[in-house]
Design a protein around this ligand. Structure first.
Ligand SMILES: Cc1ncc(COP(=O)(O)O)c(C=O)c1O
Length: 407
């Protein structure tokens, strides 16, 4: 069963918005378009339920119930318990809070492994623990390919390592890292695992329970939802790390690492992401029950469509003179987040592409360490072309045509 692209695009108001007509969107790794169920829920919340939630009056009861629904349904999709998912303002803010908890939990002399492939959000907050005597060990990517070799991680592990942090997929390398394999290596050495899933989750929600990490983070503004950071913390670690919320909330797992008052409307609207997955599943004749099975079906549909569209783009850029494709040239190994290092600065090239109706960006995308490690000057940056399952073949053609003119 192939993805019904017309049906998909019908769920995104942006595709029928006159001001965006003719503009092909290729900066999805920065933030996706928002699906209609999310927009509808946001509108309903702001018009009908914009009161303090969890009170004894109807509008409040409905608002609170919708926030719970979002957490419960999204957790079910991710294959974890409802209280193992929490929402914070962004992934970066979530990692800063987590790092604060880890700072209190770890002892000087113990170690954390971080990569130089990550976005700074899953790197800098952990590296700062060096100030408290925590040893930081860097798992380095291959400077040519950008690849992270799991064998190299084994050499960094010993009984002092308490936590291993790495991306499911880097936002500039694009290669999908084998989370289950890496997690097994870290767990065998007695370390917990924190995975940044921000660049992966837009391409199909993963079954986090099965993948196995102790922490899995993603940002819902890149998964067709509102601007939130979604954070799975498995119970064993969540109960071990010191509470970062008000003392009287310490018994509630999903509150322990989100100290600030949450954005009620946006959390409620996150249920719209589950609505969207359900719509896709039902429309394409997926399994009738089981959130994880339905999510997996939709994940595979999205992925197959993306891989099919991605290979021609990779083929068109991989052997081009004066262009260095970052990451694998085999679509099956990567997300459709394609960074190109050019001879000059990338930003002006993105501006040229805009004249041809291509919305893309150039820069370091907060992956400064990864670019430096691959010999790319972050000031020059990379041109990044990123798409998702709602991208059409015609838009890829438009992009290829524009690249021919601009590169
Ligand atoms: C791979 C990756 N990790 C983390 C982040 C940070 O997410 P947030 O903007 O929610 O802090 C981003 C944002 O672009 C990202 O691409």
């Amino acid at each position: 069963m192939a993805l019904d692209i017309d049906f998909v695009r019908g769920q995104f108001p942006a595709f029928s918005e006159p001001s965006l007509n003719g503009q092909a969107f290729f900066e999805n790794a920065g933030g996706s378009y928002t699906c209609k169920p999310v927009i509808d829920r946001l509108t309903r919340f702001y018009t009908q339920r914009k009161v303090q939630p969890y009170g004894p009056y109807e509008a409040s009861r409905l608002g609170g119930a919708e926030m719970d629904e979002a957490r419960t349904r999204m957790a079910a999709l991710l294959g974890v318990e409802a209280d193992e998912l929490s929402f914070g303002p962004s992934t970066t803010q979530n990692t800063y809070v987590l790092a604060q908890a880890v700072r209190q939990w770890m002892q000087p002399g113990e170690a954390i492994v971080v990569t130089n492939q990550d976005h700074e959000a899953n790197s800098g907050p952990w590296r700062r623990l060096a100030e408290d005597g925590i040893e930081i060990r860097e798992w380095k990517l291959d400077p040519e390919s950008g690849h992270l070799n799991p064998q190299a991680l084994e050499d960094l592990l010993d009984e002092r390592v308490r936590l291993v942090c790495f991306p499911h997929c880097s936002n500039v390398v694009g290669e999908i890292n084998p989370v289950t394999e890496i997690t097994a290596i870290a767990h065998a050495a007695g370390a917990f695992v924190c995975v940044d899933g921000v660049s992966y989750a837009p391409h199909g929600f993963p079954n986090v329970g099965e993948l196995g990490p102790d922490i899995y983070l993603f940002s819902s503004y890149k998964t067709y939802g509102p601007h939130q950071g979604c954070m799975v913390i498995r119970r064993a670690l969540g109960e071990l790390l010191p509470n970062q919320a008000h003392f009287f909330n310490s018994d509630v797992l999903y509150k322990r690492f989100t100290p600030a008052g949450p954005d009620h409307a946006q959390i409620a609207a996150c249920a719209g992401m589950a609505d969207y997955v359900d719509q896709l599943c039902d429309h394409h004749g997926g399994p009738a029950s089981g959130a994880v099975a339905r999510g997996a079906f939709v994940h595979d549909l999205m992925r197959a469509h993306e891989v099919e569209l991605l290979q021609p783009l990779l083929d068109a850029v991989k052997d081009r003179n004066a262009v260095r494709l970052i990451g694998p040239s085999d679509a099956a190994k990567r997300a459709p987040t394609v960074a190109l290092s050019l001879e000059g600065a990338a930003e002006p090239v993105a501006a040229e592409l805009a004249k041809h109706g291509i919305m893309a960006g150039g820069g370091d995308f907060y992956a400064v360490r990864a670019l430096q490690a691959m010999g790319v000057d972050p000031a020059r940056g990379v041109l990044r072309l990123s798409f998702t399952h709602y991208t059409s073949e015609a838009e890829i053609d438009q992009l290829l045509d524009a690249l021919d003119r601009v590169l």
